[in-house]
Structures are given as structure tokens and as C-alpha cells.
Design a protein around this ligand. Structure first.
Ligand code: ADP
Ligand code: ADP
Ligand code: ZN
Length: 218
């Protein structure tokens, strides 16, 4: 099962991809997380990507396609992949079709998550995550059960992303509308687009996704 979660920054892609990975055993493939790991590791890709990400632009298609292609060669993706934040351009979508075809696989579903712009901005500005296990939280919308303690690993150190500020988020929404939104029509034409209400609460969004996945599994 290969599924793309398509949506603007803050739509809930990472939140849902992680839940689907835990529930169904598909691997979350987040190009944003991979780039942030490359920055922490200080690799060439990380060094080049940092300034681009901080201003909210897209990293080049070549770099992104390279890291995804390497990731899809690992054996743990055999059950399926939930693509989170990839593809973001028509060139990336095209490359993904070719990568999957070369492995005798296909894309089973593309789920577009619709969320109002103002909700996106407040989701992003309040977003933070556990520094130890990566679990995502929000200042108001998704607090840990005990303040300051991660529900998953009991860690007490949390991170905020440098690009999660109001100015950069508005720029990233512009980038999404110009460069990524055309993929909606692309997948609609291919017949595998499903649209869901990303404004619903987290558990409701998960059940909408699960029923789409059951439907495409046949
Ligand atoms: P994306 O990966 O699409 O950028 P995230 O999954 O990181 O988005 O979600 C952005 C923020 O919004 C996070 O702080 C998350 O806890 C919160 N969030 C995610 N889904 C919902 C939802 N359905 N309702 C309310 N808040 C949500
Ligand atoms: P969000 O889900 O909040 O939009 P991501 O973590 O997916 O954020 O991406 C953060 C940044 O990493 C993007 O603004 C962009 O600079 C870079 N990035 C991530 N995925 C891609 C991609 N597929 N193509 C180009 N740049 C990407
Ligand atoms: Zn944790």
C-alpha cells in the first residue's frame, strides 16, 4: 500500500502518517524529517538545505528525488509507504511514478487534506515536538497529558522548528499554492485522488483515511 498525504504545511500530514505507521505498519516517509536529520548530521545535503528551508522555499527536485530513491531501496518499506511532504512538484510526482514502476509497485491512493488558511497558521505557530522521540504536539490543540512530559517516552525536552513562525508559514503557503497544489489536478486525472476534511479532530481524520485505505485495498 503506497499512499500520499497531500496538503499544505500544518494540514496534519505528519500527525496522520505517524498514526498510520503505528496502526497499519506502513512506513512514514517524510522528506522534511529526512532533511532535518541531514542538517543535524551536517551532511552536504543538510548544509545546502538549511537556508532554503529556513526561508520556506523548496529544496531542489534532484536532491529530493535522490533521497527518496535511496530510502525506497531499504527493505523496511516492503509493506508500504505513507508519503508525507513528498511529492511537492510535478517533477517529483513524475519521478515517484517511475520509481514505483521500476519496483513493480504502484500508488494506491492520494489523500488531499483540506484545512483553512487561518487554521493552518495557528496550527504551525503552536507546533512543537518531543526532542527524544519526535512525537508532535500543539500549544492548544494537542497538549501532552501531563504538561511538559512527552506522552510517548516521558521526555521533557521539546523542539520548535525555525521555519514555524508566522512570516515563513505564510510564505510556505504561497509556495504550496504555486508549486504543489497543481498535483491535485494531476492525481485527479489519474483517478486516485481522495479528498478529506482536515479540519476535523485528529481521530476523525484517521478514520476517514483508514476507510479510504480499506476501500482501495479492495
Ligand atoms: P504537517 O505535517 O501537515 O505540516 P502536522 O501533522 O505537523 O502538519 O500538524 C501541525 C500541527 O497541528 C501540530 O501541532 C499538530 O499537533 C496539530 N494538528 C494536526 N492535526 C490536527 C487536527 N486534525 N486538529 C487539530 N490540530 C491538529
Ligand atoms: P510542512 O509539512 O510543515 O510543510 P515539511 O517538514 O514537509 O514541512 O518540510 C519542511 C521544508 O523542507 C519545506 O519548507 C522545504 O523547504 C523542505 N522540503 C520538504 N520536503 C520537500 C520536497 N518534497 N521538495 C522540496 N522541498 C522539501
Ligand atoms: Zn517523546
Amino acid at each position: 500500500m503506497n499512499v500520499i498525504l497531500l496538503g499544505p504545511p500544518g494540514a496534519g500530514k505528519g500527525t496522520q502518517a505517524k498514526i498510520l505507521e503505528d496502526k497499519l505498519g506502513y512506513k512514514q516517509l517524510s522528506t522534511g524529517d529526512m532533511l532535518r536529520s541531514a542538517i543535524v548530521a551536517g551532511s552536504d545535503i543538510g548544509v545546502k538545505a538549511k537556508a532554503i528551508m529556513d526561508r520556506g522555499d523548496l529544496v531542489s527536485d534532484d536532491v529530493i528525488i535522490g533521497i527518496v530513491s535511496e530510502r525506497l531501496d531499504k527493505p523496511d518499506v516492503i509493506k508500504g509507504v505513507v508519503f508525507d511532504g513528498f511529492p511537492r512538484t510535478p517533477a517529483q510526482a513524475d519521478a515517484l511514478d517511475k520509481m514505483l514502476a521500476s519496483k513493480g509497485q504502484k500508488l494506491n491512493a492520494v489523500i488531499e487534506m483540506k484545512v483553512d488558511d487561518e487554521a493552518l497558521v495557528s496550527r504551525i505557530v503552536g507546533r512543537y515536538s518531543c526532542a527524544t522521540c519526535g512525537q508532535g504536539y500543539h500549544d492548544e490543540l494537542a497538549k501532552p497529558k501531563v504538561a511538559g512530559v512527552c506522552d510517548v517516552c516521558s521526555g521533557t525536552v521539546f523542539n520548535r522548528r525555525p521555519d514555524d513562525n508566522e512570516k515563513t508559514v505564510r510564505d510556505r503557503l504561497g509556495v504550496y499554492n504555486r508549486q504543489t497544489a497543481p498535483l491535485v489536478a494531476y492525481y485527479h486525472r489519474k483517478g486516485n485522488l481522495h479528498v478529506i476534511d482536515g479540519m476535523a479532530e485528529i481521530a476523525k481524520v484517521t478514520s476517514a483515511m483508514t476507510s479510504i485505505l480499506n476501500q482501495v485495498k479492495g
